[in-house]
Design a protein around this ligand. Sequence first.
Ligand SMILES: Cc1ncc(C[n+]2csc(CCOP(=O)(O)OP(=O)(O)O)c2C)c(N)n1
Length: 633
Amino acid sequence: MWEACATAGGLGAALLAAVVTLLAVLVHWFGLLDLFLHKVDRTSNRNGGELVATALKAHGIKFVFTLVGGHISPVLVECEKRQIRVVDTRHEVTCVFAADAVARLSGVVGVACVTAGPGLTNTVTAVKNASMAESPILLLGGAAATILKGRGSLQDIDQLTLFKPLCKYVATIRRIRDIIPTLNKAIAIAQSGTPGPVFVELPIDTLYPYKLVMEGIVSVKGDAPKTLGQKLVKLYLDNYISRLFAGAFEKVDTTPLTVTFPMLDQSSVRKCADLLRQAKKPLILLGSQATLPPMKPESVRGALEKLGVPCFLGGMSRGYLGRNSPLHIRQKRSVVLKDADVVICAGAVADFRLSYGRHFRKHSKVVSVNRSVKNMKLNTDTNWKAWLYVHADPGSFLVSLAEEVGGEGSGCECDPAWLQSLKERDEEKEAANLKKSQELPEEHLNPLNILYRVEGALDEDSVLVADGGDFVGSAAYILRPRGPLKWLDPGAFGTLGVGGGFALGAKLVNPEADVWIIYGDGSLGYSVAEFDTFKRHNIPVIALVGNDACWTQIAREQVPMFKSSVGCNLSYCDYQTVAKGFGGEGFKLDRTSSNERIQAVLQEAKEIARAGTPVLINCLIGKTNFREGSLSV
Ligand SMILES: Cc1ncc(C[n+]2csc(CCOP(=O)(O)OP(=O)(O)O)c2C)c(N)n1
């Protein structure tokens, strides 16, 4: 009898377990707990775009760059309502370049919002550029409705897989109430550690109001379902959309999450300070990372001046010491590195720019400071070794180092003969450049002469954007950014086409400053249509084009090597007319233009831009090789 009872009891328990499991599966499958805990307001007209805009506003974001698409309309409209300036461009790549410039120049994450599919794929180059330049941007992308993914919906591709290798973090929104926490997390990740781009995908059914999603996107309307099959599908869809909207507009904490980066270890600072005190020929190589928050540019500049060590400034750190600092060495970096006994790489990376570390000499003691372990040690397996590795924020390191060394702030503390020799070498090179600028090419204008005239015309707060090959390479030697964050170039990815977008971002962050784009004629072609954007949005920048009717930086090597200029030739186009066609102003400078005329045009361009109209100056320059070397990024 006991056995019978046990068997019956066992069966009952098994049955109970089966029922409980089935119920658990149903509760999970239909999200019943979710629906029990979070209300669905089927009458509400609110939409997910509100939440996106609220999160952006809470993070101090002032600009969103976009090119429209139905998938993202709610985000743009809600941003506008919250006084976030929405700037629509003529190409999605421009949106990301502009967001990149905002991030680099303001320290606040830059935001681009583009539509699904081709809108997103158009941003790929700029996202990779931001990643290589370690620039924190948030890319928001529209997407097919969650419920229609993989069902042949318009512009439906696997966007997350595409962006995963390009971004520090990618996420898709599956429930509306996840929008704010996901954006909070994404923005913090973008700025933490080694900064970089993040991507958040916003499927269309997470952005539109409940009723529209039901009727417009899922198409649940019309006659009541009749067959069992139809009834089951209707039940499934109702349940699906309810879960999407469950707790959609509950109150959520929008406070930005803490941004983290590697902590500074004071013992490394002390070691480096001891090394520096004994150094006779020290050198600092400053890289873009030294310009990142939390350190203010003035603090880093103050630290460099206090240290009194000669510096090469690369990438975003150009201009950090102002126009004429005695510490700023500009020429012949590889030659100077041969003599240095101590080299502090504050964010400078031993990549192609330092010949993969081969520019460091065995007798030099190198201190490598970087937020990224990979970049801190790049090529140490083959070409060089650091005396000290410091995994830290380079700006914070320099500020602590200056405190530890305790200089008097009265110029160079190192061997004055060292600094003197570097300065003399610089002056020699610059005198040679100036001489070259006075030669007359066989045809057209001398590009160096134009650039010296521009150098003379720059105001103290002018911001320079570099987009091109050889002309821009020369500009990098001749033009002197007047202070920190007054120079923008693509960075290590060497991307042509950044000009329009970078200038948009730069002018929005610095509305009172003249923003100059130094363009090659080839490079201009990528973003010349943004003259329309400059005009429509009252963003009056000045574009200076070195027009040599050629992709010269490539032709220069291709022609002698292969005896063919195939693919390299352009025409002396009237680009100034293109700018006028978009509502801007345009000038052409050619062989007939005297120095006085060139100066007058530069002055007039500044006045026109300050009065609200974008200007393009088309300078017809000779093809003679006046190259000063590649742009050092
Ligand atoms: C997106 C992109 N495409 C192609 C290149 C290869 N590239 C490097 S420099 C250069 C020539 C640039 O020509 P231009 O802007 O006219 O400047 P120039 O050298 O004539 O002064 C090219 C095509 C690149 N760096 N980026």
